[in-house]
Design a protein. Structure first.
Length: 144
């Protein structure tokens, strides 16, 4: 069975983040944030891609697999039921279905980690994404 990794960058440093990815042998980081920006230094799209490249890891952004604004608000409020419902609707959009197929193909060929902000994958849409799109994959959650 293929494996997919997940990682969040909440409460971590870039050095610890990169060490977790390289330690797991990750080859591609699949950024599944709708908006690939961050207030945390080094975790916005351009800086993140450069930091990853320096560690020999490819960066890919799957914007269509991110959580829409109302889903992010539900997650911040701790309303996991609403997040689940909203994100299920997101995954039904044609662009999300196409991106999901691309992600599944990529993860089947290369060691791929799903990235979002939340440290705990249970509180994050990346767990919902994995269950919906990568349900035949084993999962390893990384905690830098």
């Amino acid at each position: 069975m293929p494996t997919v990794w997940t990682i969040g960058y909440e409460q971590t440093t870039m050095a610890a983040f990169l060490a977790a990815l390289t330690g797991a042998g990750v080859e591609v980081l699949a950024d599944v944030r709708a908006i690939a920006a961050s207030r945390r230094p080094g975790f916005s799209k351009t800086a993140l891609a450069a930091n990853l490249a320096g560690a020999g890891i490819e960066y890919r952004h799957f914007r269509a697999l991110g959580t829409p604004a109302d889903g992010r608000a539900a997650a911040r409020a701790g309303n996991h039921a609403a997040l689940k419902r909203i994100y299920a609707g997101q995954l039904e959009l044609p662009e999300a279905m196409a991106a999901g197929a691309q992600l599944a193909e990529l993860a089947g060929e290369r060691r791929t980690a799903l990235l979002c902000y939340e440290r705990d994958p249970v509180c994050c849409h990346r767990t919902l994404l994995r269950a919906a799109v990568l349900d035949t994959f084993d999962t390893v959650d990384l905690y830098p």
